[in-house]
Design a protein around this ligand. Structure first.
Ligand code: AMP
Length: 212
């Protein structure tokens, strides 16, 4: 069986990261969050980090070439693994470039999952979202509070005005990517509203043919 390549798409706060982490734990695949890798680069002050910090702070996409570099590195490092890209591609250009390079790694896109969540629900979820800065683990102050003793922070780009900008970017630049995969018959549409358990069950059912 060839190695699988799965993509997770959807607005900020749609649950991509939460479900990617759970799928990684329960199935044999490696989750790659381009956003998390970029945050690490910013924190470490690398050249890439310096290049992308401003874009991220403003809720805009980093340049396609930089996102592609992160993805190319992940493809090189995970030759043997089933891969799940969380939050990639986010522009049509990235989707086309991905289709260009995947055959070099003996891969193709097996499924592009779109988590559908309304803007109103995004804002409700993100306003309470907190992160453990050491592990990257995500909590919510009401729905999934961190255990006692874990100090969490709000992501700088989770402030309301930045979230509004990220939503705008999502609708204008990332939503068209779903149509790109729909036309190829690869889009897996998931209702992302409801409890994490309900959404995960929908996800597993929809991905059964790809995961087995
Ligand atoms: P995320 O953690 O997925 O919400 O991503 C956080 C931020 O990282 C985004 O708002 C973008 O600035 C940047 N980012 C993540 N993935 C991409 C991508 N595929 N293309 C461009 N920018 C990205």
């Amino acid at each position: 069986m060839s190695r699988k390549t799965i993509l997770f798409m959807g607005p900020p706060g749609c649950g991509k990261g939460t479900h990617a982490a759970r799928l990684e734990e329960e199935y044999r695949l490696t989750a790659v969050s381009v956003g998390a890798l970029l945050r690490q680069a910013v924190k470490a002050g690398t050249e890439t980090g310096k290049k992308v910090a401003g874009f991220m702070a403003e809720g805009r996409l980093v340049p396609d070439e930089t996102a592609m570099e992160v993805v190319r590195d992940a493809l090189k490092e995970n030759h043997e693994n089933n891969l799940l890209f969380d939050g990639f591609p986010r522009s049509l250009n990235q989707a086309v470039m991905l289709d260009d390079i995947l055959p070099d790694f003996g891969r193709k896109v097996d499924a592009a999952v779109l988590f559908n969540v309304s803007d109103q629900e995004v804002i409700r979820r993100i306003s309470g979202r907190r992160m453990d800065p050491y592990t990257g683990k995500i909590y919510h102050i009401v729905f999934n509070p961190p255990p006692k003793g874990i100090q969490t922070v709000q992501r700088a780009d989770d402030r309301e005005e930045v979230v509004k900008q990220r939503l705008e970017v999502y609708h204008s630049q990332s939503e068209p990517v779903a149509e790109y995969y729909r036309k190829q018959g690869k889009l897996v549409d998931i209702d992302g509203e409801g409890t994490p358990e309900q959404v995960y069950e929908r996800l597993i059912n929809a991905l059964k043919p790809v995961l087995s």
